[in-house]
Design a protein around this ligand. Structure first.
Ligand SMILES: [Zn+2]
Length: 226
């Protein structure tokens, strides 16, 4: 029988990386850990007994996006992640460098899936603590103290990550955007989401209608006013 110890593998995955692992993005200065570091960690922690695969790819050139669903399996457990990347059209309406964009979205989807096992959190928490919504979040304190969080704390930590820096610009709203709401803005063609930040409720209707119909429908279901 297989002697693979799932719990031990996950503990090794979650462990802090050496100093210097965290890098800063050139464009916005945000802290991140390179994908290759994650891959090496999972390889080492599982003794190569893990797998990643593409479950679904949607290439939507008219609406300018690639969406990839990836599954990461460790032992008998799997987690799915979703990655998006934007594609531009060339003059003839064809998508530019689509295969690169698929790779990019796939990498993001794998990262999202691995994130559910809390990879890199101990290293990244101190950076995000400086941002206003992290500093106030009691769910983060255990990460700063380098202790393993309990399951109960996990959702709030993940939400804190998800809403880390975008706020609805609609008058008097100012709501922090969830990851879903931020992703939605990327599905509206030609929208500059660095300026036009709206929570789903406040996305102007004429813009909402530009999103792919099936996506819009699922979001309307999800964000139905209670
Ligand atoms: Zn709003």
């Amino acid at each position: 029988m297989d002697d693979f110890d799932y719990k031990e593998a996950i503990d090794r995955i979650k462990a802090a990386f050496p100093p210097g692992t965290v890098q800063k993005r050139g464009d916005n200065g945000r802290a991140y850990i390179p994908n290759q570091v994650y891959t090496d960690r999972v390889e080492e922690a599982t003794g190569s007994r893990w797998n990643r695969e593409i479950r679904d790819v949607e290439i939507n050139i008219p609406h300018g996006f690639v969406k990839v669903v990836a599954r990461v399996t460790i032992g008998e457990h799997y987690r799915d992640g979703i990655g998006f990347s934007e594609i531009e059209q060339d003059a003839s309406g064809k998508g530019k460098s689509v295969s690169n964009k698929v790779d990019q979205a796939y990498a993001e989807a794998v990262r999202e899936a691995l994130d559910t096992w809390q990879i890199g959190w101990k290293n990244l928490a101190p950076y995000y603590q400086e941002e206003k919504d992290w500093a106030k979040n009691p769910a983060l304190h255990h990460l700063l103290q380098s202790q393993a969080p309990g399951e109960a704390g996990r959702n709030s930590v993940m939400q804190a990550r998800a809403v880390v820096e975008h706020y609805c610009i609609f008058a008097k709203c100012g709501k922090q955007l969830s990851r879903d709401e931020w992703d939605f803005l990327s599905l509206i063609p030609a929208l500059n989401r660095d300026k036009m930040k709206f929570c789903f409720e406040h996305v102007p209707n004429h813009l909402k209608k530009k999103a792919p119909a099936d996506v819009l429908k699922s979001y309307e279901e999800k964000f139905k006013p209670k």
